[in-house]
Structure formats: structure tokens, C-alpha cells
Design a binder for this molecule. Structure first.
Ligand SMILES: [Zn+2]
Length: 206
């Protein structure tokens, strides 16, 4: 494992798993795919499954330093990566899209807010907008989306692909990683979201 100082983090990079939303892509599978590509473990710091929750990948549990990820070539030394499950649909496997569910959006906001407390100067950006990237990932302008969240968080829960039939919905295999309980977030996402935003902004005041 390779750790670097927190002071190096300039980016919070958003990714998709580049898989069709009709078929579940559990964390165990993502990790197996990353191992096949020569990584020691999953390359992201967090994975956000469509069915909810959040899985911790590369280690962020230590004070003052982070485990370097493998998610944004050339910028892994200065970034942490969040990946949401999906990004493609079966009818068009060539076009990356924002397929996030409302739950994934909420979880992503919560995760970014946590990371921004630790890395206040880090810029939220999509993989495709990183220097030197040649990818559609994550299928939308993540920087612009984040600016919008900061401006009006209540507008950001829309899921343009809600209603698509999901083969995996009945069965939920246990993920291989560590699932962090989402607590109040699942019970009442909007209330918890505003509470999180409120505490974030409160924390910024001198
Ligand atoms: Zn990516």
C-alpha cells in the first residue's frame, strides 16, 4: 500500500463503473476486474452501488494521509476517486450517461461533503475533465453538477432513468468491501442532506 500526505490532494474525481444499469455490478466484481488489470485492490476510494449504501475501497481511515488510488492516470498522487455503479444502458453501450439514482446522488453528495471537510481546497471534477483524460467517464459534467448542488441541493435528486427494470433488484449479494452504514440518510435523505449541508457551511464560518 502506498500512502501520501493529505496536503497533496487537489481533486475529488467522479467516475462511473461503465456498466449497464440493467445488470448489477457488485463491488466484488469491480475489484476482481481491477485485480485483473494489475491493481492490488479496487482503484477507487469509494464505490456507490445502485442499490444504496457506500463501500470503502482505498484507505482513507488514517489521519493526515491517504492511500493512493488507481483511477485517474497521472493524477492519482493528487486525487481521491468516487465511483458510482452504472453509466451505461443496455440499448446504448457506447454512450456514457448520468444514470445515478436519487440514492446514489444523495450518497455522492454526503461523501463529497465529508471529503471537502478533509480536503477543503480540492476541486470536484469528472474523470473526463482531468488533465490528459480520454474518456466519457462519468457521463456528465461533474464540476457543474457540484456547483449546482452547492447552489440548490434540493434540485439534485432527479434520476432520469427511474423506471428502468432492474434484473438484480430481488437479490442482493453481500458486497466484498466494507459497507458504511448510511444511518439517517436512508431514512430521510432530504432532511439528512440539509443537515449535512448546514453543518458543512456552519463549519466553514470563522
Ligand atoms: Zn473514470
Amino acid at each position: 500500500m502506498s500512502y501520501l500526505s493529505d496536503s497533496r490532494v487537489n481533486y475529488i474525481v467522479i467516475h462511473y463503473s461503465a456498466t449497464a444499469i440493467e445488470v448489477e455490478y457488485p463491488y466484488g466484481r469491480l475489484e476482481a476486474d481491477h485485480l485483473a488489470r494489475g491493481f492490488r485492490e479496487g482503484g477507487y476510494h469509494y464505490y456507490l452501488p445502485r442499490k444504496g449504501g457506500r463501500i470503502a475501497g482505498r484507505d482513507l481511515s488514517q489521519a493526515g494521509r491517504f492511500e493512493m488510488g488507481a483511477h485517474s492516470k497521472g493524477e492519482n498522487v493528487e486525487s481521491v476517486g468516487i465511483c458510482f455503479e452504472g453509466g451505461l444502458t443496455r440499448d446504448d453501450m457506447q454512450t456514457g450517461r448520468d444514470t445515478r439514482t436519487a440514492g446514489q446522488v444523495d450518497e455522492m453528495i454526503r461523501t463529497i461533503l465529508e471529503l471537502k471537510k478533509r480536503y477543503p481546497n480540492a476541486k470536484v471534477t469528472g474523470h473526463r475533465d482531468m488533465p490528459g483524460a480520454a474518456t466519457q467517464c462519468p457521463g456528465f459534467d461533474a464540476g457543474k453538477w457540484w456547483d449546482g448542488v452547492m447552489a440548490s441541493p434540493e434540485l439534485m435528486g432527479a434520476d432520469e432513468v427511474r423506471g428502468v427494470s432492474l434484473d438484480w433488484a430481488k437479490e442482493q449479494p453481500k458486497p466484498a468491501g466494507v459497507t458504511i452504514p448510511t444511518g439517517k440518510m436512508q431514512a430521510n435523505p432530504i432532511t439528512a442532506l440539509f443537515a449535512a449541508l448546514a453543518s458543512f457551511f456552519a463549519g466553514k464560518k470563522p
